[in-house]
Design a protein around this ligand. Structure first.
Ligand code: GLN
Length: 381
């Protein structure tokens, strides 16, 4: 028998896999893992088919199909006032999570520190640790989930290599404000700190709020990797395709890592997306469509003993409870097994498993699905 030293000794199977498997086993309504249960665009599917039938089935360019990169540059420049160069600043990746991992692997050296705000998406800390670096964890202020900027300032050291931000935020639906970006700018000014910005929910933002993309700020862009996901925007999370944007100097290093990992992404999907991305309505109408779902779910949830922690973006809304002393994890498992509804414990987004008695629900579902879930949750009363 061979043995290896685990690079991630504290890590088990991630929460989404665990909860989705449990949901399937108990035939529960799955509001846990973040994915839509409604159909994606038939037109986009047809475009992929067409590309395959036309013979676009071989490797794409390592950085991504050039027309797609050009159109991403045009879209971002129009939306965020950036000045992107498609040749040097954009790389197509197999999903947003991969883009974030590659950005970390590009910059991190042993013993570097990365400031992370908890609760955070479950891949960030393992990504940092597998690269031999250390996550410096700061808790978002419960229950508003705002960033405590004073604490950030105190935790910056000579070893701080990066700060990772995420807006709209998974799991809480919190969104960064213009003022947050000003605070971030003050902290990084005059330092070598890199920003990794997870913006996969850029178009899923509600209540008329404007997405504070790092792409809006030319100065911050010089030190940032900004990560996006087509899966979230076009309701096809299983396609695993997204992109990373950075300045030419940073992107050059990113591509050195990327080219020896996945090398290049799925060609027919890139061809299809290069055409479909021209349809502005497909992404501009997302906020109203998903906001309607959030509001519908929120209204239904009033009949249950859960209390809403309002979300302003993403697929998710968090709900706190005080009707039981059970931990979030125990309650999430019991709800699946006994009530047939699956949610995700927010403690899974903290390295030390902090438990505020909050569950995350995914509302990116058909009305019937949301109704069915809430009908079952009402029985908790
Ligand atoms: N991003 C999705 C979520 O937060 C899940 C991704 C995954 O399963 N790894 O639920």
């Amino acid at each position: 028998m061979v043995s290896i030293n685990s690079k991630l000794p504290q890590v088990g199977t991630n929460i989404f896999t665990v909860m989705s498997s449990l949901a399937a086993e108990y035939n529960a309504v799955n509001l846990g893992q973040g994915f839509p249960d409604f159909m994606m665009s038939e037109e986009l599917i047809a475009l992929v088919n067409k590309a395959m039938q036309k013979g676009y089935n071989q490797y794409a360019h390592m950085a991504g199909y050039s027309l797609l990169r050009e159109r991403i540059a045009e879209k971002c420049n129009a939306l965020y006032g950036s000045n992107l160069n498609a040749d040097t600043d954009i790389t197509i990746t197999p999903g947003g999570t991969y883009a974030i991992y590659t950005a970390f692997t590009t910059i991190l050296e042993k013993d570097d520190e990365v400031i992370v705000f908890e609760p955070c998406y479950d891949s960030y800390i393992p990504n940092i640790e597998v690269n031999g670096a250390k996550a410096i964890r700061i808790s978002l202020q419960y229950p508003s989930y705002h960033i405590p900027w004073n604490e950030v300032q105190q935790k910056v050291t000579a070893k701080t290599k990066a700060i990772i931000i995420n807006t709209p935020h998974n799991p809480t639906g919190f969104v960064l404000t213009e003022n947050d970006i000003i605070e971030l700018k003050k902290i990084v000014a005059g330092t070598n700190i890199i920003i990794i910005s997870d913006e996969v929910y850029e178009h899923l933002i509600y209540d008329g709020i404007q997405h504070q993309s790092i792409l809006r700020d030319a100065e911050l862009m010089q030190r940032s990797f900004v990560c996006f996901s087509f899966g979230k925007t076009y309701h096809c999370t299983g396609w695993k395709i997204g992109y990373c944007i950075a300045s030419a100097a940073l992107m050059k290093e990113f591509r050195k890592v990327h080219q020896f990992n996945c090398f290049s992404c799925d060609t027919p999907k890139q061809i299809a997306l290069a055409e479909y991305i021209l349809n502005k309505d497909a992404y501009m109408q997302l906020c109203s469509m998903l906001q309607e779902k959030r509001d519908y779910f929120r209204n239904l949830m009033q009949e249950t003993p859960f209390t809403c922690l309002p979300s302003h973006g993403s697929y998710f809304e968090c709900y706190s409870y005080n009707f039981t002393d059970e931990s979030e994890r125990d309650l999430a498992i019991r709800l699946t097994k006994e009530y047939g509804v699956t949610a995700v414990p927010v403690s899974a987004f903290y390295k030390e498993g902090n438990d505020n008695k909050v569950l995350r629900f995914c509302f990116a579902k058909q009305q019937e699905t949301l109704e069915k879930a809430v009908e079952r949750l009402i029985k908790l009363k």
